[in-house]
Design a protein around this ligand. Sequence first.
Ligand code: SF4
Length: 333
Amino acid sequence: MARARIIPIFVPHLGCPNECVFCDQKRISGSPLPASAGDVVLALERAKTLGVTGGELAFYGGSFTAVSPALQRQLLEAARPYLADGTIGAIRLSTRPDAVDAETLAMLREHGVATVELGAQSMFDEVLAASGRGHTAADTVRAARMVKAAGLRLVLQMMTGLPGSSPERDVETARRIIDLAPDGARIYPTVIVRGTALEELWRAGTYDEHTVSDAVAVCADILPLFEAAGIPVIRLGLNPTAELSDGGAVAGAYHPALGELVRSELLRRRAAALLEGVPAGSRVTLHVAPERVSAMTGQRRANLTALKAQFALADLRVEPSAAGEELLVDVER
Ligand code: SF4
């Protein structure tokens, strides 16, 4: 049976003159070698053999448009026959806001690129400078407008917990990103990766770790903003890799199920709001849609333990709701 799917090609650090403090592309992408046209052909031939049709070729992990124009064309030309035969229907890539111009965007579009992802990271210049990003928030605004004007889909990536940032700045960054009306967003809470400048700053005590619980708290403030604006958050947290899990992530907000933790926190907050005024000693049942029972309960029953203590309840349990309601509270005194 034909299958549609994303075919990722990692372009680690290729052409990137920058030294973002958090970045070790080799570890983050799990691939130590720059991509070549041969890699593109190999991946697409494999996809074709598996019967993929209408897939999406995704160049991730680097600064695609900062690569030499010749190499950009080689990588894209390698994909052309597979666009023609329907193995893939579109191409997406990620790049830096200061590596985008109208001519490049037109070339990308001609080669079948449908989506450009920009690493905005923060909308505060002080945070961008402290993080070694080498571009400004104004660069992001300009690039975002150009991507849309070129008729390409725009995805903006932001980070939380960067040096010089704060939860308030992270939330404001989300608001300013929403103002740019992207078609989607990715949120990457800062992870301290072994061997990066950020690890040195952290070990020297000049950077405070953005813990998993810090990330969950701020992302639970941010996620509803994107949802209310109708902008899908297509990724929350770094993709887990064996290397990061096996010690590559030395500290910071690395958790293989960060998105699930944030959804769980959002449910805890909603339950807490509904439990306001419930008398101490009550026995309470929370009814949620069956697929949300585990998020409502929380990892190691964390939500139930916290809510039970906060409202001094005699008993608190979660049950799947037959009617499929989002969240209902049933109080028995
Ligand atoms: S721009 Fe920064 S995050 Fe991106 S590859 Fe270069 S150093 Fe890494």
